[in-house]
Write a protein that binds this ligand. Sequence first.
Ligand code: SF4
Length: 285
Amino acid sequence: MRVIRARVLGFCAGVRRTVDLAREAAKERRTRLFTMGPLIHNGRALRELEEAGFSVLDEDGLPETLAGSVTVIRAHGVGPAARGELLRRGTKIIDATCPKVRGSQMKALALSRKGFTVFIAGEKDHGEVRGIRMFAPGSLVVENGEEAFETAKALFSRDGAVKTAIIGQTTISGAEYRVICAAIRRFFPALAVYDTICGATAARQEALAGLCDEADALVIAGDPASSNTRRLLAVAKGHAKPAWIVSDASCLPPELGSFGTVGLSAGTSTPDVLIGEIERAIALL
Ligand code: SF4
C-alpha cells in the first residue's frame, strides 16, 4: 500500500510547546503534578500524561488546597479568576498558554478597557473561548451567523450607540468568521474586526485538500473528540473521498486494504509517534 503524508500535519507549535513543558515538569518531578483541564485532545497522549504522574484539575471544582504542587495551564489558557484561584490554593503555575491565544486574551482585555462590547466568534464551551471571555466582562459569544444576528439585534435594541468589536476563536474558519461579522455589521456597521485566527488549522486543511487529487482514500490520525481533527475529516469528505479518523494503528478500517494510495493527515493534537505507527500499519496492508 502506498501512503502519502500531507505536507503539514500533526502537532501545531502551541500544542508541541505545551507537551514539551509538561514533559519537562514530569522529568523534574518532586511534587504532585496537575494540568488545568485535559492538556490535549488526544486519549493516547492523556494516558501517557497520567502515567507520567499528572492528574487533571476541573476549573469548576478545584480542591481546597494544592499546596506544594505544580499545575500546567494548557494551550487554551484560562481566565484571570481561574489563575488567581490556582495561586490562592498554593500551586506553582507553568503557563503553557499558546502565545496566539494569549494575544487574543490581551486584545479582549484592551478592548474591554476602552469601553467596547466584545463579540467572540467561537464555541461557547471551548476552553479557549471560556478563558478569553473572562478578560472582557460582558462579552458575547456567538457560534454562527444566525446567533450573531440575533445577539447583535438584541444588543442594538438595548444600546444602538455602543462601540463593538469582534475577535475569533483561533481555530474558527475564515468563512465562518466572515459570516458572523457580516451578521453583526447589519446592526453595528462600525464593528471593529480583529484577525485572531491561527493559521495552523487552515494549513493542515489546505495540505489535506492538496492530497485529495493523489489519494484514493484518506486517513486522519487523531482523536474523534478533537474538533480540528473532525474538521479535517470534513475536508476529505467534501472532496468526495472515502475518509476515516483513526485513533490507533490497531483500528484501521478493513476497507482501507482495497485502495491503492492512501493519504495521511493528522490533527494538531495528534502525537508524532501515533502518526508514525498509523503510517506503518497502513503501508503493511
Ligand atoms: S492551533 Fe494555533 S492557537 Fe491553537 S494551540 Fe495551536 S498554534 Fe496555538
